[in-house]
Design a binder for this molecule. Structure first.
Ligand SMILES: Cc1cc2nc3c(=O)[nH]c(=O)nc-3n(C[C@H](O)[C@H](O)[C@H](O)COP(=O)(O)OP(=O)(O)OC[C@H]3O[C@@H](n4cnc5c(N)ncnc54)[C@H](O)[C@@H]3O)c2cc1C
Ligand code: FES
Length: 387
């Protein structure tokens, strides 16, 4: 792990529901700058477990734009290690090792003020979503619709806070709760009923896999472009005692001598170092593509495979839909054929706010270059005709 970890003190524990607790964390003065974050980002926690360590990410429910104390919410997962340990054992005054904030599930600062924001949260997926809601209301003039699905009334996390926010912004916020206990699982028509301005709005989704699949599918059918959809997947990395052997013999895979990587609007040639991941190769070449867990579960290192083939050792952070679209995790990928390999870390197809913009600007600058060239060519032809 190349991400910095520090010890933070748990300043308070708030029982939100029978299954979920919030933990407020205090950051020592000398680390305040390192822990500056954007709404929607998460911390990775490192805990001792038997004779090894385990890592888990938890999103920040607090809003940096309101100066709120750093706060995470952890919901129990049946049979889960860390979520149950934290709910049962972590108490005020304890120290816990946490990474600096990371993540791309953030608002796009360049989105036009008029573009509506649609937030879809299921269960503990409300954690980054409520931070986005508060941030959007504080820093933008955008209207926000929140669809929040839960099993029943007792499992709604941050219920009172959401009610208060909705009451404070009646002209900008629309909140729809869905409770499985009252009407069965969420249906596509409930999602469609909310939608408007689907060509310019942005859509953030976080929750259990079937919930996210339903929203993604419904947005897709409604014609929403991938670039407008942002997704956060709540998955755990494989703990050291749960790591499975790679299904294929990676030594048998062919590889090109170098690959191309689009990063921050420029294409770079990166020598391929046998046995290393594409992320490690890029780092060895002096590049710094976004990354965090380096274990395939946070999604920070997503890139689009434009040409060539890669093999991913693991890819928890991706859905089958992502993989079908050509998205790969640099930290888990090695080349899988000798054909030319080009990847795009700026790609729009995995909905990273800053990357979307840099890709737009890359395309815009390519178009501008073509336009300037055409203009000069036309000018030369006219001059020749005149003379
Ligand atoms: C970016 C990000 C943000 C997140 N934010 C939040 C948040 O705000 N709030 C929140 O509650 N969660 C969040 N999560 C999810 C969180 O990180 C954990 O995945 C979750 O708490 C479950 O961890 P656990 O240790 O309790 O369960 P795990 O021990 O990881 O187990 C998960 C499931 O796998 C099963 N399992 C059992 N044995 C095995 C085995 N051998 N191999 C694999 N699986 C096994 C367990 O029974 C359980 O059902 C986030 C995840 C990510 C990636
Ligand atoms: S760095 Fe987390 S998935 Fe690659």
């Amino acid at each position: 792990m190349s991400v910095a970890f520090h010890e933070l003190k748990v300043s308070s524990v708030i029982r939100e529901t029978p299954e979920c607790s919030s933990f407020e964390l205090s950051v020592p003065t000398e680390l305040q700058a390192a822990y500056r974050y954007k709404a929607g980002q998460h911390l990775t926690f490192e805990l001792p477990w038997d004779d090894f360590k385990v890592n888990r990410c938890y999103s920040l429910a607090s809003c940096p734009d309101l100066g709120e104390t750093l706060k995470i919410a952890v919901k129990r997962v049946a049979g889960g290690r860390v979520s149950n340990w934290m709910n049962d054992n972590l108490k005020a005054g304890d120290l816990i090792r946490a990474s600096v904030p990371e993540g791309r599930f953030v608002l796009d600062p360049e989105t036009r003020a008029g573009a509506p924001l649609f937030l879809f949260a299921g269960g503990s997926g409300i954690t980054p979503v409520i931070a986005l809601l508060k941030s959007a209301l504080t820093k933008t003039k955008r209207s926000v619709a929140l669809l929040y699905a839960n099993q029943d009334r007792s499992s709604v996390i941050y219920n009172e806070e959401i009610d208060r926010i909705a009451a404070e912004h009646p002209d900008r916020v629309l909140v729809r709760h869905h409770l499985d206990s009252e009407g069965g699982y969420l249906r596509p028509d409930e999602i469609r009923a909310l939608l408007h301005h689907t060509d310019i709005a942005e859509f953030y989704i976080c929750g259990p896999e079937p919930f996210m699949e339903l929203i993604e599918q419904t947005l897709d059918e409604a014609g929403v472009h991938d670039e407008l959809v942002y997704i956060e997947r709540f998955v755990s990395p494989a703990d050291p005692d749960r790591v499975e052997a790679d299904a294929i013999d990676v030594a048998s895979l062919e590889a090109p001598e170098a690959f191309s990587l689009w990063l921050n609007g420029r294409s770079r040639t990166v020598p391929y170092l046998a046995g290393k991941t594409l992320l490690q190769c890029a780092q060895a070449a002096g590049l710094q593509p976004a990354h965090s867990c380096e274990s395939g579960y946070c999604g920070s290192c997503m890139a689009h495979v434009n040409t060539g083939k890669v093999h991913m050792r693991t890819h928890e952070a991706l859905s089958e839909r992502d993989i079908a679209r050509g998205v790969a995790l640099l930290c888990q990928s090695i080349p899988a054929s000798s054909e030319p390999l080009e990847l795009d870390s700026d790609s729009t197809s995995f909905r990273a706010a800053s990357a979307v913009k840099s890709s737009y600007s890359k395309r815009a600058s390519q178009l501008a270059a073509v336009a300037v060239f055409a203009f000069m060519l036309a000018g030369t032809l006219i001059l020749r005709l005149v003379h």
